[in-house]
Ligand binder design. Structure first.
Ligand code: SAH
Length: 222
């Protein structure tokens, strides 16, 4: 069976609408962000055995001790970037399943994404091809260093939590560019929105969150 058809019924339009309604109730207001979530088939980004849970508002395991982020967090982070200015070039650190990249690619001219675990990246690339998403460039590397070849970015989104903000990410931001990322020890992280101004950086705390830790180095296979 073609993977786009797997889980039909469990992943019906009604189930997806229920998720959208929940996100609205939780405070996601931007209609274009809600539409992007509505139109991105999250069940394609999880293992077949979990497809029936793809439209629940929870993080789910994707292997290698990693998770696909909770839809509310994906919506919140996307909204934080979309609401604050234009997005031509956007960098994501932590491709994981590829879901956040797929959602965000709808708002960017080019979405660059880096992942340190090679098999996860390979799987995400297959999903982008299957869904015919053509504006995502991906790279196997340690995102602590950003992706210097394509800087400066209008937006950077980090989907794993470092203890401190990596300096490289700040320097790869355009003036007026925004960085959305969780920062802190596991279990007690703040989701930050950092804006680069002419003279420095402005910081705002958006939410309390719990992300997997941002690690260093790269992994080929497990
Ligand atoms: N955006 C993903 C979330 C995956 S979880 C999604 O929508 O599914 C976070 C991901 O960040 C994991 O895949 C993990 O391997 C990756 N990661 C952690 N530290 C990293 C680093 N230093 N560089 C690149 N990726 C990293």
């Amino acid at each position: 069976m073609n993977s786009q058809h797997r889980g039909i019924g469990m992943t019906s339009q009604r189930t997806r609408e229920r998720l959208i309604k929940r996100l609205e109730e939780q405070g996601i207001r931007n209609a274009t962000v809600l539409d992007a979530i509505r139109q991105t088939p999250r069940h394609i980004f999880v293992d077949e055995a979990l497809a029936s849970r793809a439209y629940e508002d929870t993080a789910l395991p994707i292997g290698y001790s990693q998770t696909i982020s909770q839809p509310f967090i994906v919506a919140r982070m996307t909204e934080a970037l979309v609401n604050t200015g234009p997005l031509h070039k956007v960098l994501e650190v932590g491709t994981g399943s590829g879901y956040q990249a797929a959602v965000l690619s709808r708002f960017a001219t080019t979405l660059y994404t880096v992942e340190r675990i090679e098999p996860l990246l390979a799987q995400a690339r297959r999903r982008f091809m299957e869904l015919r998403i053509r504006n995502i460039r991906s790279h196997h590397s340690d995102g602590n260093w950003g992706w210097p070849e394509h800087e400066p970015y209008d937006g950077i989104i980090v989907t794993a939590a470092p203890v401190d903000i990596p300096q490289s990410l700040l320097t790869q931001l355009q003036i007026g560019g925004r960085l959305v990322m969780p920062v802190g020890q596991s279990g007690v992280q703040n989701l930050l929105l950092i804006t680069r101004t002419e003279t420095g950086f402005e910081k705002e705390v958006l939410n309390q969150v719990s992300f997997v830790p941002m690690l260093g180095g790269t992994v080929e296979t497990f």
